[in-house]
Design a protein. Structure first.
Length: 482
């Protein structure tokens, strides 16, 4: 295969393959969420230990994403995709084999690496599809990377109830193997003339900083019981990230083009992604946790893991609908305004949850509103960043945005847990109902900031576009000219 245009039969397979791979890696990385209780009972470990089956996948994904993004910008993108998917398949096999708990964690870490492939799927679409089709495909890839959890959650929960945790992880092995075959058959080689260099020292420094940030975000007990240790680790994380930034600015072949990240449009988009990610993941966790709270707490619906997974169905369905609509709406409204509007919709989901959650139907409506807002937000985000990004840097630029999203999601989960823990009376297992309202108000504030960031982006002057830059719409303009 050449790096120019796929053959006709390959072209027909390319878009479905890109969508499927992005969906699979997102769903498999989130497999730990519905299986935490099952893992704890199967492996005879505490719930805190079982939580690491989710945390380790998030950590490995955040660390691998920028490295894969840089590799994906070079001539060996196809090989990078195939090798990464092979790692995910091997990791999936480890989760199924009768290994001890440590083996499961290693497998989950390998599965999490696949999250970094989403940005590479966008790079492939941008290089090998016509402009209009690549814009819509990139938007949908961004959306399916979000709704993957909603797709996999109820199915894996059902498999866990029927056949145990190994059966649920077996589903992950099956779909990742199919994704590998799809990539082998349809992913074309990168265009000629590309180059990519990964500085190992820089990658390790970034990995260390991100690991500490995400680790501290998920360890509430460390902050409450060992505050001095937590503060020291936080300082170390900041120092590592500062050292990495300084080295990237001096490097002739940076892992992430920090100068491009400083562009007002890109910096504003990443700020919106960070704060918006906090709010979006906060509401997702609040609704699912509320739905599973037993009636004995004075509220909640006591749903099983499988039933709670079904609550995510409106999130996934309406998120996909929003993703399909966004490219059409962008012919009338530019991407930053769409970001702001989507943030307002997510804020509306918070308002619904805060004001009305006495019956399950109200939770489903709030979850649907959240999905529609997240879908629109995710579909609009690439348009803001790629409008000022050369084609060759698509994977790297979007990888950085996905790291920002991961950090935002982790902080959203941590903030939700902290607010609910503060609202839990001494001697009680569950927080009081008012704690959920307080957490919703925090989310409303986060989405208000996100809305303002989107509106500020809309007021920026249209950027000067490099001839090799984006094929998507420029903020403040219609379609970019080529």
């Amino acid at each position: 295969m050449t790096g120019r245009t796929p053959e006709r039969s390959e072209a027909r397979l390319l878009v479905p393959a890109l969508m499927f791979i992005a969906l699979v890696v997102a769903a498999v990385a989130s497999l730990g969420t519905p299986l935490i209780t099952s893992v704890a009972t199967t492996f005879h470990v505490s719930l805190d230990s079982a939580q690491w089956t989710l945390t380790v996948a998030l950590l490995s994904g955040a660390v691998a994403t920028p490295v894969l993004g840089r590799l994906g910008a070079g001539p060996h993108r196809r090989a990078t995709i195939l090798v990464t998917l092979a790692v995910v398949v091997v990791g999936s096999a480890l989760t199924v084999l009768p290994l001890p708990f440590a083996g499961l964690l290693i497998g989950r870490a390998a599965q999490g690496v696949g999250v970094g492939l989403t940005a590479l799927m966008m790079g492939v679409a941008r290089d090998h599809l016509p402009e209009e089709r690549s814009t819509a495909t990139i938007a949908l890839i961004s959306v399916v990377s979000i709704i993957g959890a909603g797709v996999g959650y109820p199915l894996t929960a059902l498999l866990a109830e029927i056949g145990g945790v190994r059966a649920a992880y077996g589903f992950g092995l099956f779909v990742t193997a199919v994704a590998f075959l799809a990539a082998w058959r349809s992913i074309p080689a990168a265009p000629e003339g590309r180059s990519a260099h990964v500085t190992v020292a820089g990658a390790l420094v970034l990995a260390g900083g991100l690991f500490l940030v995400l680790f501290l975000a998920g360890q509430r007990s460390l902050w409450s019981r060992h505050l001095a240790v937590a503060v020291i680790l936080a300082v170390v994380a900041v120092l590592l990230l500062c050292v990495w930034t300084a080295s990237e600015l001096r490097s002739k072949a940076p892992l992430v083009d920090v100068r491009a990240v400083r562009h007002p449009a890109v910096a504003g988009a990443n700020l919106a992604m960070f704060v918006g990610g906090i709010g979006m993941y906060l509401l997702l966790t609040l609704i699912t946790r509320y739905a599973q709270t037993p009636h004995s707490a004075g509220y909640g619906f006591g749903l099983t893991t499988f039933a709670a997974g079904l609550v995510l169905v409106p999130f996934s369905v309406l998120g996909f609908v929003a993703g399909k609509l966004t490219p059409r709406v962008r012919t009338l409204i530019n991407a930053p305004v769409l970001l702001a509007g989507s943030a307002v919709i997510v804020g509306g989901g918070f308002v619904l949850f805060a004001a009305a959650r006495s019956n399950l139907a109200e939770l489903l409506v709030a979850m649907g509103v959240l999905g529609f807002g997240v879908g629109g937000f995710s579909a609009a985000m690439p348009g803001v960043i790629l409008a000022v990004t050369p084609k060759s840097e698509t994977s790297s630029a979007m990888s950085f945005n996905y790291v920002v999203r991961s950090v935002g999601y982790s902080l959203g989960s941590a903030i939700g847990g902290l607010v609910l823990a503060t609202g839990t009376d001494t001697g009680h297992l569950f927080p009081n109902d008012h704690a959920y309202t307080t957490a919703a108000l925090v989310g409303i504030a986060a989405m208000a900031v996100t809305t303002l960031a989107g509106l500020a982006l809309a007021r920026l002057r249209p950027p000067e576009i490099n001839p090799t830059a984006a094929t998507v719409s420029v903020p403040g303009q219609g379609r970019s000219s080529r």
